[in-house]
Design a protein around this ligand. Structure first.
Ligand SMILES: [Zn+2]
Length: 340
């Protein structure tokens, strides 16, 4: 069994940078045999607001965060960075970003020079998928997909035990599969209409909740609206989990859209497991149950009967744990590829 490593995982989002110093073993190759799930030990953690005002300010915040964690830790062996942008993994820089002023900045080389250890940079949703595959709900699977429902819908593909990034790092945009060609304009930086993201990301859930609140003033959502509460995905989830019938019905409808997306993904990828994570997925079975129902009714056999659709296991720490898992698997790449 591989020995424990000390690494830093960094999750760079549009609003905050969350980083942690972790000790963990590199994940074992998925060989079909049962693999024990080992949770990384978080030795220290740090969160700062992202300063997106300029490239330099953004970099300074990130470097200060990492330096703080590295200071006094003795031996950091690698740094993994997951970033909410399109990343050229091989080149180690960001190709396109909506919220971060880091496009074309040689981020990997810059951090490598500054800290003197191997650095890996990847898209945050791919990092989250690598984290769930290494330490969470996808442990032991060779074929895994992950959807992260947040402000947008992030996607990650694990193919033959390895992250799949496509020709130029632009693959796994699973949030932009089409649910309805005549549907609403995609809210992301995407020219498409009716994408999965337009139905099950946090803002879409908030819009569905607000519409239900306006249509049914006597419902829990309607009363919350009348009382001046923010009718968002968080309120929708809370009311749903409390058993409010109106909120449960809205979540079920959204879950059916999610299920329609899963049908497409299962028919293409034939995965063993699909992990659903992100803050907007906090309603759990209220979304996943109806999603599985649509998958069962409309997916093709045998793939629809073989796949498990499960909630993510790593919670709000998934970003930096995934980034750490990335650098761990890149530190010992032969271990991970051995069964391919
Ligand atoms: Zn889209």
């Amino acid at each position: 069994m591989a020995s424990e490593r000390t690494v830093i995982g960094v999750d760079i989002g549009g609003t905050k940078i969350a980083a942690a110093l972790l000790r963990a073993r590199p994940p074992e190759a998925a060989s079909g045999a049962p693999v024990a799930r080992e949770t990384p030990v978080i030795l220290d953690r740090f969160t700062v607001l992202t300063d997106a005002g300029s490239t330099q300010a953004c970099l300074d915040g990130m470097v200060a965060c990492i330096a703080d964690l590295a200071h006094g830790s003795g031996r950091v062996e690698g740094i993994g960075v997951g970033v909410a942008s399109m990343v050229d993994f091989a080149a180690g820089h960001i190709v396109e970003s909506v919220n971060l002023p880091l496009v074309d900045v040689p981020l990997r080389d810059l951090l490598q020079r500054r800290f003197g250890v191997p650095v890996v940079i990847d898209n945050d949703a791919t990092a989250a998928a690598v984290g769930e595959h290494a330490f969470g709900a996808g442990v032991g699977a060779r074929e895994m997909l992950m959807l992260t429902l947040g402000t947008g819908v992030g996607g990650g593909i694990i193919c033959s035990g390895r992250p799949y990034r496509g020709f130029s790092g632009a693959a796994a945009e699973l949030g932009h599969i089409i649910i309805d060609v005549n549907g609403p304009k995609c809210p992301a930086n995407c020219p498409n209409h009716g994408c999965l993201e337009a139905y099950v990301a946090g803002p879409a859930m908030a819009a569905a909740a607000a519409a239900a609140a306006a249509a049914q003033p006597d419902s829990g959502l309607g009363r919350a609206l009348a009382e001046g509460h923010a009718v968002d995905s968080r309120l929708l989830t809370r009311l749903g989990l409390e058993g409010d019938a109106g909120a449960v019905a809205v979540l079920a409808r959204l879950g059916e859209y999610l299920g329609a997306g899963l049908v497409t993904l299962v028919n293409i990828f034939n995965p063993e497991v699909i992990v659903i994570g992100g803050g907007a997925a906090a309603a759990g079975e209220l979304l996943l149950g109806p999603a599985r129902g649509v998958l069962q009714a409309r997916g093709s056999r045998p793939a629809r009967d073989q796949v498990r659709v499960v909630p993510a296991a790593l919670g709000p720490d998934a970003g930096f744990i995934g980034a750490a898992a990335l650098v761990l698997s890149e530190l010992l790449p032969d271990d991970v590829c051995a069964s391919s």
